[in-house]
Write a protein that binds this ligand. Structure first.
Ligand SMILES: N[C@@H](CCC(=O)N[C@@H](CS)C(=O)NCC(=O)O)C(=O)O
Length: 220
C-alpha cells in the first residue's frame, strides 16, 4: 500500500503540525509539494483534497482529509504507538478530557492571540510575500497573548505539560505558531513566564520536533 500523502510545503505552520505527529509516531509518508506562491492550492486538483483551498491536503488510501488538527488526530488513532498515547485514548475519561480542554484552549485562546503576530511579522511579509507589518495588530495581539500566557504559567506550575505530567496532543499543537513567534522581535515575551519557557524548551528538545523544524526557516 502506498504511504500517506501530505500535500503542502513543510515550512507552512498547518502542514508542519501534521508532520510533527507523523514524525512522532514514525509513520511512513510522502510529502507532495504544492507551489503556493504560484497559487497551486487554489486549483481544481488541490480543491479535491481541500475544498477551502488551504494546505495541508491529506490522503491515506481512499481517505481524503483536511484540517490539520483533525488529520493529526487521525494519524495518532491509526498509527499511534501504545507507549506514546498522545490523545490518552488508553487512559481514563478524565485524562482524555484534559487533553480535549487544552486542545480547545490552543485553538480558541492561544492561536487567536499568537497567530496575528506571526502573520504580521513572518508569514505575510516573508512566506506569502504580501502586506507589510501592521504594528497596531501586533501590539493588540501581544497584549492578548500576555493574558493567555499568564494562565498557562499558572497551569504549568501544577504539571509539567498542559494535560498532566506527560506530553500530549494538546502540547504539540502549540509548536507551529510558537516556533515562528520565537523568530519575531517579540520572542523575549516568553522570558516573563519561566514555566511556559521551560515547557517550550522541553517540546523543542523532542527529536521528532527537531526533524520537522529543520525545514522551517527562522532567518528572513
Ligand atoms: N484550519 C486550517 C488552516 C489551513 C491554512 O490556513 N493553511 C495555510 C497554510 S499554513 C494556507 O493554506 N494558506 C494559504 C491560503 O490561505 O491561501 C488547518 O488547520 O488545516
Amino acid at each position: 500500500m502506498s504511504p500517506m500523502k501530505v500535500f503542502g510545503h513543510p515550512m507552512l505552520t498547518n502542514v508542519a503540525r501534521v508532520l510533527f505527529f507523523l514524525e512522532e509516531v514514525g509513520a511512513e509518508y510522502e510529502l507532495v509539494p504544492v507551489d503556493f506562491l504560484a497559487g497551486e492550492h487554489k486549483r481544481p486538483q488541490h480543491l479535491k483534497l481541500n475544498p477551502f483551498g488551504k494546505m495541508p491536503g491529506f490522503q491515506d488510501g481512499d481517505l481524503v482529509l483536511f484540517e490539520s488538527r483533525a488529520i493529526s488526530k487521525y494519524i495518532l488513532r491509526k498509527y499511534g504507538k501504545a507507549d506514546l498515547d498522545l490523545l490518552r485514548d488508553n487512559g481514563s475519561i478524565e485524562e482524555s478530557s484534559m487533553v480535549d480542554v487544552w486542545t480547545e484552549v490552543e485553538a480558541q485562546q492561544y492561536y487567536p492571540a499568537i497567530a496575528p503576530v506571526v502573520f504580521e511579522c513572518i508569514i505575510n511579509p516573508f512566506i506569502m510575500r504580501t502586506a507589510p507589518t501592521n504594528q497596531t495588530v501586533v501590539d493588540e495581539s501581544l497584549e492578548r497573548l500576555r493574558g493567555v500566557l499568564g494562565i498557562y504559567e499558572a497551569r504549568l506550575e501544577k504539571s509539567s505539560y498542559l494535560a498532566g505530567d506527560s506530553v500530549s496532543f494538546a502540547d504539540l499543537n502549540h509548536i507551529p505558531f510558537t516556533f515562528y513567534f520565537m523568530a519575531t522581535p517579540y520572542a523575549s515575551l516568553f522570558d516573563e513566564y519561566p514555566k511556559v519557557k521551560a515547557w517550550w524548551e522541553r517540546l523543542m528538545a523532542r527529536p521528532a520536533v527537531k526533524r520537522v523544524c529543520k525545514n522551517m526557516p527562522t532567518k528572513f
